[in-house]
Design a protein around this ligand. Structure first.
Ligand SMILES: Nc1nc2c(ncn2[C@@H]2O[C@H](COP(=O)(O)OP(=O)(O)OP(=O)(O)O)[C@@H](O)[C@H]2O)c(=O)[nH]1
Ligand SMILES: [Zn+2]
Length: 212
């Protein structure tokens, strides 16, 4: 019998940018375990030696966590809103996160800065929800550009803000530990929407983001 990961994932997960199949599979741990055993054999290891015996199970458990975002719905996170009558920029910066490069399945990690100007009704969400939003999209096979866009689009869709900005700064392990081998190289991506396109507003947001 197929055993699926038993975490409480939403049935209405947003898969629009991930596979596009519309199917809502949860993480299939036995399948990961079998695949990891195959990889160990393929690299010339003995998956039955003491130190590796539990590795397929551990990797499956870790993948269920690392890719949990595939089965989480940003709508549920951003449904917590307050009428605070605040119509100026709200910015949570330096949100640390780990994601997985979809090209090499190794980590990329860094910080995200997430800001928005609430709608005229002053509808704001909880600050932690912005960090939760980052994790939902980071815990998927990703490229940094899409991660950045998906976060800003979720803000636009669910908060209907007057403007939104997302800046992401990352080091990609696929560029550090292998391939070109340039540890420390940082990739910066940004996405802006609405009033944040205005040069003065954008400059204010960027100075807050960069002013460490
Ligand atoms: N744009 C973008 N590229 C990424 C990201 N993560 C990894 N890459 C790049 O994806 C590319 C994949 O290139 P390929 O030539 O198909 O694969 P490769 O032979 O492993 O490439 P090298 O990393 O150059 O050794 C590399 O240039 C990576 O640096 C990302 O988030 N965004
Ligand atoms: Zn990579």
């Amino acid at each position: 019998m197929t055993h699926f990961d038993d975490d409480d994932f939403s049935a209405s997960a947003d898969h629009s940018a991930h596979g596009g199949s519309g199917k809502h599979h949860k993480v299939d741990r036995p399948r990961i375990e079998a695949a990891v055993r195959e990889i160990l054999l393929a690299i010339g290891e003995d998956p039955d030696r003491g130190g590796l015996q539990d590795t397929p199970k551990r990797v499956a458990k870790a993948y269920a966590e690392v890719f949990a975002g595939l089965h989480q719905d940003p709508a549920t996170v951003l449904s917590t809103t307050f009428d605070l009558d605040h119509e100026e920029l709200v910015l949570v910066k330096d949100i640390p996160f780990y994601s997985t490069c979809e090209h090499h399945l190794v980590p990329f990690h860094g910080v995200a800065h997430v800001g928005y100007i609430p709608s005229h009704e002053g509808k704001v969400t909880g600050l932690s929800k912005l960090a939760r939003l980052v994790d939902i999209y980071a815990r998927r096979p990703q490229v940094q550009e899409r991660l950045t866009t998906e976060i800003v689009e979720a803000l636009v869709t669910f908060l209907k803000p007057r403007g939104a900005i997302v800046v992401v700064e990352c080091e990609h392990m696929c560029m550090s530990m292998r391939g070109i081998r340039k540890p420390g190289a940082k990739t910066v991506t940004s996405a802006v929407r609405g009033q944040l396109h205005d040069p003065a507003t954008r400059a204010e947001a960027m100075s807050l983001i960069l002013g460490r």
